[in-house]
Design a protein around this ligand. Structure first.
Ligand SMILES: Cc1cc2nc3c(=O)[nH]c(=O)nc-3n(C[C@H](O)[C@H](O)[C@H](O)COP(=O)(O)O)c2cc1C
Length: 379
């Protein structure tokens, strides 16, 4: 699997920084940017959880709740907004409702692996501020499927109560990956352990075979490995949940075009409910950050606006090849409502973001949802 040449040459698409809240900009410049990014992340999650527990987010929620006209139909259900939080931010499902209170239409938790694991050594998350980008080599640090399943069971009940009461209730995605120490030949069983534990609580399930930070994982994108893996996960999810759980696969932007086509053909053949495109890239093209800083940052997946051009190419390629019934969730470099609209117009059913949230702060989602509404009212 090689990097297609046009990817290597794609310029970064977005040059204008998105509008940021003044308070968050001050906080980011004054405090967070001088802090280890992972510590800043922990602070934010702890703060959000505390604010939610104390009821501080309830009035915020009235302002951030996606307007009813933003709701979309996809994967056989209603989504409060087409825009959601990508996997990796809340790996352990500890802050789903506080995050939903900011206005996300869906939250994808994970990646969760069968066994708990600490992830790679720190530092493993690096900011490239000039590019509003991140490099991460977290390595699926997570509490393992059993612990996360217990959390999800409680969370499921709370989400369902909120939905029944007409409150904002996020769609809950669950993203699973392979435990690092499990040999590649035993990957399927590893994914099945997670599937059996987690599928019963999921609105949709994602098989992540595209993280660059677990050795060998991306080889599972090869069709001969992917076909039996996805078929087995789909069957196990159905059995464990007692219903058809929508199943998606998340792919890397670094797949060659013909490999993207092959995954699309497999999705149609199985059939799969959808494809999430894309994960982070191992390439380092089009960055403003100095070469010395990029080298110092080391290995890992790059995310942010520099990823947008390839993410869009993959979206277009998938959409051209897939039946309409197969959903595409577009992710990679989304920063503004205009970016979301562009992905939807190119055929994405739903859109996600992660890195934009880090740089733009908690009101980011509200701005995106409001931008989507303004545009809808103009049309
Ligand atoms: C710090 C960090 C951790 C991530 N962890 C995961 C993960 O565990 N599983 C996954 O599927 N994607 C993970 N991602 C990838 C994102 O979900 C997303 O696909 C990617 O960052 C591109 O979107 P963005 O440019 O909006 O950030 C992670 C990204 C970042 C920045």
């Amino acid at each position: 699997m090689t990097v297609p040449s046009e990817h290597a040459q794609s310029p970064p698409r977005s040059t204008e920084p998105p509008q940021e809240g003044r308070i968050y900009r001050g906080l980011f410049r004054g405090i967070f940017s001088g802090m280890d990014p992972e510590t800043a992340h922990r602070w934010v999650v702890t703060g959000l959880r505390a604010a939610h527990r104390m009821g501080v987010l309830a009035p915020v929620e009235r302002l951030t709740r996606p307007a009813p006209e933003l709701a979309v139909e996809a994967l056989g259900r209603r989504w409060p907004s087409p825009f959601g939080l990508a996997a990796g931010f809340d790996k352990g499902a500890v802050a789903v409702l506080p995050l939903a209170a900011l206005g996300f239409g869906h939250i994808e938790i994970g990646t969760v692996t069968a066994s708990p694991q600490p992830g790679n050594d720190r530092p493993r998350l690096i900011r490239l501020i000039a590019d509003r980008a991140l490099i991460n080599r977290m390595g699926f640090n997570n509490d393992g499927a059993e612990v996360v399943a217990a959390r999800l069971q409680r969370l499921r009940a709370r989400i369902d109560r909120r939905r029944a009461a007409g409150q904002h209730a996020p769609v809950l995605g669950v993203n699973i990956g392979k435990t690092k120490v499990t040999p590649l030949e035993e990957a399927t069983e590893d994914y099945l352990v997670s599937t059996r534990a987690l599928a019963p609580w999921a609105d949709y399930l994602v098989v992540n075979v595209s993280s660059p930070n677990t050795p060998g994982l991306r080889q599972l994108q090869e069709i001969d490995s992917l076909r039996p893996l996805l078929a087995a996960v789909r069957e196990a999810a159905h059995q464990a949940a007692g219903r058809a759980v929508p199943l998606l696969v998340k792919i890397a932007p670094d797949l060659a075009d013909e490999d993207v086509d092959a995954v699309a053909d497999l999705a149609a053949e199985l059939p799969l409910d959808g494809i999430i495109a894309t994960n982070t890239t191992t390439t380092r093209h089009g960055l403003k950050t100095s070469a010395a800083k990029i080298t110092k940052a080391g290995a890992g997946g790059l995310s942010g606006p520099v990823l947008a051009a390839r993410s869009i190419q993959v979206l277009q390629r998938l959409r051209a090849r897939l039946p309409e019934s197969t959903a595409v969730i577009s992710v990679g470099g989304v920063e503004t409502a205009e970016d979301v609209v562009e992905r939807l117009e190119l055929g994405a059913d739903l859109v996600q973001g992660y890195t934009g949230f880090i740089y733009a702060g908690p009101l980011w989602v509200r701005r995106i949802n409001r931008g989507l509404i303004r545009r809808r009212r103009r049309v």
